[in-house]
Design a protein around this ligand. Sequence first.
Ligand code: SAH
Length: 245
Amino acid sequence: MVMSMKKAKIRLYVEHALGEGQSVPLTRAQAHYLFSVMRLGEGAEVLLFNGRDGEWLAEVAEAGKRTGMLTCRHRTRPLQLPPDVWLMFAPIKKARTDFIVEKAAELGAARILPVRTDFTNSERIRRDRLQAHAIEAAEQCGGTYVPPVEELQPLEKLLAEWPKDRRLMFCDEALVGAGAALEGFERGGKWAILIGPEGGFSDAERERLRALPFATAVSLGPRILRADTAAVAALTLWQSTLGDW
Ligand code: SAH
């Protein structure tokens, strides 16, 4: 019965270092959330993580209206890093871009890079907003790592500066219906996944991407997917073939 279930503890992302006995000051927004919205008082327990030190059980030491202090007790989970896979995608409409960032954090992307391509629909992003979505996703799904969300940058610039030891999984809608092409690679390698915008990739981009020695063009099945669906499908495919699933 639901009534007999122990109430799940609130998980909170903080910037502060975490360790045994460590005092962790709360921001105004966090104090408001814990004490006014969730009605926690002194002595209540919450779970904290900062993306570096794992997850910690902490106790409310001071509860004010706009301030507060927690004290770390013990570590409840070690830091669990995702595999080294980046998600690169061309931003689309706001709510769908939020969705992509949230799902990338849940599915275990190490870094999220919005890129501008020839047919990118959205010229601007709110990086801080997207980062907040990644944090919220980690808070909700029990993650101990938060992927950094980078500023929007031209795809061309990233390709020109491409690290030699990283492979690129180029999700090419022109390959619709062809088999996936991730066989033959070993787990544990460094990768990036690239998803195009609603308009897809331009012919020039496709030609350029297919010629890159570090790129593997991949099909996501016999149907054309919307960009947000494609991001989830690509991460799922990559994680189950080459990642930590
Ligand atoms: N307007 C384009 C589709 C773009 S879909 C067209 O009609 O051709 C948005 C992005 O999702 C694509 O750029 C690609 O990166 C990815 N994608 C969608 N479906 C795919 C598929 N079946 N195979 C590979 N990539 C796909």
